[in-house]
Design a protein around this ligand. Sequence first.
Ligand SMILES: NC(=O)c1ccc[n+]([C@@H]2O[C@H](COP(=O)([O-])OP(=O)(O)OC[C@H]3O[C@@H](n4cnc5c(N)ncnc54)[C@H](OP(=O)(O)O)[C@@H]3O)[C@@H](O)[C@H]2O)c1
Length: 194
Amino acid sequence: MTKVLILGANGQLARNTTRVFLEKTDVQLTLYLRRASRLKNPDPSRATIVEGDVLDAGRLRDAVRGQDVVYANLAGDMARQARAIVEAMHAAGVKRLIFVSSMGIYGEVPGQTDRSVLDPYRDSAAEIEKSDLDYTILRPGWFVRGGKDSIRITQKGEPFIGHDISLDGLSELITKLATTPGLYLRCSIGVSSP
Ligand SMILES: NC(=O)c1ccc[n+]([C@@H]2O[C@H](COP(=O)([O-])OP(=O)(O)OC[C@H]3O[C@@H](n4cnc5c(N)ncnc54)[C@H](OP(=O)(O)O)[C@@H]3O)[C@@H](O)[C@H]2O)c1
């Protein structure tokens, strides 16, 4: 059975994706977050909650050990977080990483002007791309609830198409990436709703 570690498990997308993992797959989840008392375990038979900061190297390494997939749903000092994740995954011998970033990190959104707000996202993607991990970087549009769950994918080097992404559609893509060997390996993909 696939074991998935979710970093930043109290985030909006992480909580939605936890629900989809539990509803649509048989994976075992480890939910890693700061101040763990905020999160109620949604299914104690399949999920374990671990309190920790991604920048706590020892605790992160312990959490990564024995996992098949790491799904990072973070914000803040993302370049430092990305370096910490790559180091912990190397130390634990875990290869598969799904890392949530943002549309616009390569200037790929037509009409895009201010890019500085995306510096942490761009820098963290660069850290991951230079690693030897089996990564998929996701560059989603704006999260919206409701609407169609279908998604449109653009590759790195192509213009981003669209603006919004259904939260459920994005969560379903993450669960597919975690459970389908070889899907979008070493890719940075733009994701939006058609
Ligand atoms: N919302 C959108 O429309 C949109 C669009 C494109 C991209 N994105 C990006 O997609 C990502 C996920 O979005 P989201 O809405 O799920 O974000 P979110 O709700 O802000 O979740 C991010 C999580 O990261 C955690 N975190 C930050 N630093 C951490 C650390 N050092 N150790 C452990 N956890 C840490 C935060 O934990 P705490 O709760 O402890 O602070 C928070 O729960 C974000 O980077 C966001 O900017 C969002």
